[in-house]
Design a binder for this molecule. Sequence first.
Ligand code: NDP
Ligand code: MG
Length: 395
Amino acid sequence: MSQVQQITVLGATGSIGLSTLDVIARHPQRYRVFALSGFSRLAELEALCMIYRPRFAVAQNAQAARQLQGGLHAAGLTTQVLFGEQGLCEVAAHPEVDTVMAAIVGAAGLKPTLAAVEAGKKVLLANKEALVMSGALFIQAVRSSGAVLLPIDSEHNAIFQCLPGDYARGLASVGVRRIMLTASGGPFRQTPLEQLAEVTPEQACAHPNWSMGRKISVDSASMMNKGLELIEACWLFDAQPEQVEVVIHPQSVIHSLVDYVDGSVLAQLGNPDMRTPISHALAWPQRIDSGVAPLDLFVVARLDFEAPDEQRFPCLRLARQAAEVSGTAPAMLNAANEVAVAAFLERRIRFPEIASIIDAVLNAEAAVAVECLDTVLAADHRARALAEQWLSRRE
Ligand code: NDP
Ligand code: MG
């Protein structure tokens, strides 16, 4: 591609956002930052604007936008500062944008990511919660707008790399038997079960292999992250839940595998660094330098595998159930999990109660078929309210 690609980075102040900017900075002849968004970290957003000099920045609210606009103006920048969900949707769908990195965490990313999809952009999807919530609506929007959807989640990016180019014909017709999603097992893989009630947010966020935002770190510790990824894989690759197997692989070197009917199993390997899938998706179908060190198999030395223990990781079972029920169940699962994780990070609940809240919410209300975005948003709001009720009863 000869033309410089204009990129919007939604969630620029986060872990994926910063890794994306690191890759972009390595290739100034290929990529230009068109817009950056942040939320609570306004000073960091301002510092990023100083470096990348985007056309637009998006802040949390009007007051933050005024403050940022003042700072950027004083520094001689012409960056225009927008705010809120409307600002995010505007920079995601702007006609001059080629590619959108969707790296906002949680349900807050749904509308801006959908705006990028509906505008037919090349969408690099890190914000798995958006796809988990809206499922069929999201995929239909990709099809009807002609957007190019590329997975950033390392597992899904690995699977994408291991599938043939025409996999959209259907997994069975390209000879795929099953997808194997690898999981590190997180920081509590070997913690005695009776100690899980005592683990702290700091311990949950200290992932053995990956450095990530706090919400996904807790999701990795509970394996809800793998549950969300199972649902994500079903939508991305048009798979049934039973075609997706979860394999614990503590070294996080194999990022996932595809098992074919002839007995061939293809895997993608690499050091655990998100700049690999980010570079892959940014440059696809080409390859570019990501700054990631080459894999040294002699240092890795061994690759281990084990089956996930459902007693230790009940969130995985809950997510599989939600995938099977489908309809609004994944949106409810996701919303209950977001409330529960926030409560755990605020030390309002113990770690095992994350699963208890989600279980209670899923049992409190039956899922319904998804007809439109309002159905999804209503399920999200209702599940949040039920989770909050659970929390206030507990307190
Ligand atoms: P971080 O918490 O590091 O970053 C989240 C970003 O979203 C920040 O820029 C944050 O702004 C912004 N944000 C938070 N809340 C809102 C909101 N309500 N409205 C608008 N913006 C908001 O998360 P990660 O980068 O780790 O993860 C981002 C997404 O990527 C998640 O969906 C995660 O599951 C997925 N992902 C992450 C991986 C990783 O290695 N980190 C791997 C695979 C997927 P601010 O910081 O200024 O508040
Ligand atoms: Mg992942």
